[in-house]
Ligand binder design. Structure first.
Ligand code: MF3
Ligand code: CO
Ligand code: CO
Length: 275
């Protein structure tokens, strides 16, 4: 996800494109559909490998080879602003941007795997939670809450709805479950660029912010903590963890705004029956 940046804090060299939201053409949408479908396929493919005893490096390598060799696509994270691996793996109290390593998964862990691929110049970005071995009650609960929060926002998407409406429904639901929403990172526009305008906050007030129009593409990717919302960045400059070391969970889809509602560009086959 994108780190929240105020215009003043944004280094000038990173500010490559004017702050504007792109409306995708039908040809671009077709490419976004392809990229989204491929990213979804990676998550489906990796499911059976997420078991006690595997390392996050091994998960990275399996995904990397699948993306490059089977899908003929590019793993977007690799070398993105210096990120060293092809996927993000965020374990237990890690919120996002975990770097694959020699860490061995164990029974009861929860892990987010975040996949972004580039195909024909367009990005598809999606993540989901996996339970390692036998799920714990708390692990399942936080994963379920972030999943429901994401879908509540997705189902609201249509022209005329405002981004504050999406943020509000996520925040209201998550906080009613006595969990918290991370504020420092957000969803983002996506297309030719990995992270485009707009910033899609997972908290907010109804009837505020950008009004959605058909042809916009962006991610919704709420990060939900069991404890307090505050996070810190580890010394590796990437891994974000909860300050109180409480469990955290996240799901992500890439969404297209259509004339009548939405299309989930990263929908997996398993989701078609029961979203
Ligand atoms: N896929 C993440 C997102 O949802 C971004 C990862 S950036 C990386 O926006 F460099 F850590 F890969
Ligand atoms: Co994203
Ligand atoms: Co992502």
């Amino acid at each position: 996800m994108r780190q929240l940046e105020t215009v003043l804090e944004l280094p000038i060299e990173v500010n490559i494109s004017p702050m504007s939201v792109t409306i995708k053409t039908e040809q671009e949408i077709e490419k976004m559909r392809t990229a989204g479908k491929l990213a979804a396929q990676v998550l489906s493919m990796i499911e059976s490998h997420v078991r006690p005893g595997i390392t996050t490096n091994e998960l990275n390598d399996i995904c990397h080879d699948y993306i490059v060799d089977e899908l003929n696509a590019i793993p977007a994270p690799l070398n993105y602003r210096g990120f060293p691996k092809s996927i993000c793996t965020s374990l237990n109290y890690q919120v996002c941007h975990g770097i694959p390593s020699e860490k061995i998964l164990k029974n009861g862990d929860i892990i987010n795997i975040d996949i972004t691929v580039i195909k024909e110049g367009y990005h598809g970005d999606t993540s989901k939670m996996f339970m390692v071995g036998k799920p714990t009650i708390q692990g399942q609960r936080v994963a379920q809450i972030s999943h429901t929060a994401m879908w509540k926002a997705i189902e609201m998407v249509k022209p005329g709805v405002q981004l504050g409406d999406l943020g509000h429904i996520i925040q209201q639901y998550v906080e009613a479950q006595n969990c918290s929403v991370v504020r420092e990172y957000c969803g983002h526009g996506i297309g030719k660029e990995f992270h485009e305008e707009p910033q899609v906050l997972h908290y907010g007030k109804p009837a505020t912010g950008l009004t959605l129009e058909a042809g916009m593409t962006f991610t919704i990717e709420p990060m939900v903590n069991v404890g307090k919302r505050h996070v810190k960045l580890l010394k590796d400059d990437w891994t974000v963890v909860t300050k109180d070391h409480s469990l955290s969970a996240q799901w992500e889809h890439t969404i297209l705004v259509t004339e009548t509602g939405y299309e989930v560009l990263t929908l997996r086959e398993e989701e078609i029956q029961t979203p």
